[in-house]
Design a protein around this ligand. Sequence first.
Ligand code: BV8
Ligand code: ZN
Length: 245
Amino acid sequence: MERLILDADTWLLVLTGAGVSAESGIATFRGMGGLWENHPVEDVASPQGFIKDPLLVWRFYSERRAAAASVQPNPGHHALADWERHLGNRFLLATQNVDGLHLSAGSQRVVEMHGNLFKSRCTHCEREPFADTTVYATGTLPLCGQCGEMLRPHIVWFGEYLEPADLERIESFVHTALDHGGKLVFLSAGTSGAVYPAAGLVNKVTAAGGDTWSVNLEAAENSHRFKHFVQGKSGEVLPALADLR
Ligand code: BV8
Ligand code: ZN
């Protein structure tokens, strides 16, 4: 396997998707064939879906909250935390995953682009999103303690905008790397490269002259946009891939 050299000049931006959590036992979206209990994921992971049937959507998220709380990070998550300890502020992890496993593995420089399963927010009042590990029983509609309106998962649904601050943090990492004349490297792991704007990050790094790596069980939709492709399970590839100098 070709090695990813992480030395004093390297500025590494990593993007992860559901594939990185697969070896922890979390189902991927493709693994579900894009369905959950015969509902297209886009229907339950969308504002329209929530308005139409908030109880169904809360059942979807409560089930995933329970699943994510019952599993552990795998060696792929731990390898990324090791790389962060080696590179410090020259490392940033942008994840599409909402399972919180990168945080459990000790990653700190993390942008959770699509939110987090263990946070809820009010659909009505200005209350900040708050930590919420409750697995709501089927048929329960969680209500805000302050205004009495419905709570929703603090998740970015299809058709919703990502937090501008999150996108800016990723953008400024790339610019800071270039300003320092560093070697910008982008590594994407465990993602089908189908969902934007995450899937567009590789183009940004390529346009900035950076090196690009894809680590995936199978060639992702945007695989051709990467200079390097290492096929395999992220829990096996990531711990062996980096040459820390
Ligand atoms: C937005 C939270 C502006 C929900 C998620 C252009 C054309 C058409 C539509 C669009 C477009 N641009 C934007 C859109 C709309 C949409 C989009 O991209 N749609 C896609 C389907 C085309 N984007 C959005 O809506 C985004 N918002 O763009 O706002 C806007 C606003 C209005 C209108 C237009 C634009 C919001 C996107 C965020 C949606 N929320 N998550 C939840 O999780 O419950 S996305 C959700 O699906 C996941 O978070 C994840 O990001 C995504 C699934 O992707 P993956 O993580 O890649 O998972 P997947 O299962 O697909 O792939 C796993 C991969 O791992 C596979 O390749 C597999 O081979 C590999 N693998 C498996 N095991 C392993 C492995 N690899 C390594 N090791 C293993 N062991
Ligand atoms: Zn409220």
